[in-house]
Design a protein around this ligand. Structure first.
Ligand SMILES: Cc1ncc(COP(=O)(O)O)c(C=O)c1O
Length: 376
């Protein structure tokens, strides 16, 4: 175990890839200028930023002009939806969409919530009726993959329905990008991505738009990013993002697919002790969200941490108390949410590490787990 212990929390963030670090160090030394400066130092930095923009444009099949750099996925989601005239979304979205939807509601804009099925997928059936009640040009915001369960949302069906009923589609692809093939993104009008979920640096992400007018900025300031996102861009972060995007495009989904047998073995091992949230739905291959009846996810996280394994629970501290994950609650109820533990694997995790994790998990839950072999 390295300093990070058994790090099984890749959905929270991923370790920066060595190639990402090398590229960033190089740019920090040689192209640290302000990308908006017209002199040579600025032009050098600008070239780095534009190369990153081009890499993203290729990966997301949009025009490079339509890639807007942000500080991450949170800001990209806010930029996409902050000025929505109306919105349809669901309770399993990331807080950066949930809180925004709630603030739109408070501001008197029409917001409709799609029901969530027990398997974690949204139920699109009411969408046509909900769309009818919204002003034209309203948005449907859906995540490609859920951050807690890895459940994949039916983006292709959503995209067809959105078009048929006059909604614009925003896809939060922060957890899915680079991990699964996403052909359905071609139907999205805007897409959010974040570098630190694909082994890039924290503090940079992007909103890509397709076939729509640019969003109204949420920050006021200079003319950077065509005035859509003022503020000086860091060429160092952009360089790291570029390498991460190119790596993700070169075999990212294949590398993640290889993790599915390990994830499946882990789930078989907890059979009878835990239930798998989202088991019935298509999921990201490296994520397992387990509820341990009668136990508390946040306490298991702390116990595992003491033992050297890093996972997460989806609970959030609010006003001094621990609130269970609203996403798990929406799909499976409060008790399942309270006892939920998220295990998210990543590139290079080995079968031996899964075995070590399982023995720590058995200690944390105080119960023996089912022994399984790789081929079981
Ligand atoms: C689905 C999803 N959307 C958005 C975000 C926010 O991304 P960032 O951390 O870059 O702000 C996250 C981060 O966990 C996420 O999982």
């Amino acid at each position: 175990m390295g300093e990070a212990g058994l790090y099984f929390d890749w959905n929270a963030t991923t370790p920066p890839h060595p190639d990402v670090i090398d590229a960033m160090v190089e740019v920090a030394r040689s192209a640290w200028g302000n990308p908006s400066s017209v002199h040579a130092a600025g032009r050098r930095a600008r070239a780095i930023v534009e190369d990153a923009r081009e890499a993203l444009a290729q990966a997301l099949a949009v025009d490079a002009r339509d890639v807007i750099f942000t500080s991450g996925g949170t800001e990209a989601n806010n930029l996409a939806l902050a000025h929505a005239g109306g919105l349809v979304t669901s309770r399993v979205e990331h807080p950066s969409v949930l809180r925004l939807a709630e603030s739109l509601e408070r501001a008197g804009r029409p917001v409709a919530w799609l029901p969530v099925r027990p398997d974690g997928q949204v139920d699109l059936e009411p969408l046509p009726a909900l769309a009818q009640r919204l002003p034209s040009g309203s948005w449907l915001a859906l995540q490609a993959a859920n951050h807690e369960t890895g459940v994949l949302q039916p983006i292709e069906a959503a995209s067809a329905l959105a078009r048929a009923h006059g909604l614009l589609l925003h896809v939060d692809a922060v957890q899915a990008f680079g991990k699964v093939e996403l052909p359905a993104l071609s139907g999205a009008h805007s897409i959010s991505v974040s570098a630190h979920k694909i082994r890039g640096p924290k503090g940079i992400g992007a909103l890509a738009i397709r076939g729509i007018a640019p969003p109204r900025p949420i920050l006021l300031g200079g003319g950077q990013e065509r005035g859509l996102r003022p503020g000086t861009l860091d060429p160092v972060l952009a360089a790291g993002f570029r390498v991460a995007v190119e790596r993700a495009a070169r075999g990212g989904p294949e590398r993640y697919r290889d993790l599915a047998p390990l994830r499946d073995r882990l789930e078989r091992s907890v059979d009878g002790v835990a239930v798998v949230n989202g088991a019935g739905a298509p999921r990201l291959p490296h994520v397992s969200n387990l509820s341990f009846p009668g136990m508390r996810g946040d306490e298991l996280v702390a116990a595992l941490d003491l033992l050297g394994a890093r996972v997460s629970s989806g609970s959030a501290c609010s006003a001094g108390t621990t609130e269970p994950s609203p996403g798990i609650e929406a799909m499976a109820g409060r008790e399942r949410a309270r006892s939920a533990l998220r295990i998210s694997l990543g590139e290079g995790v080995s079968s031996i590490e899964i075995d070590s994790f399982l023995s720590l998990l058995a200690r944390a839950v105080g119960r023996p787990l089912t022994a399984t072999s790789c081929s079981a």
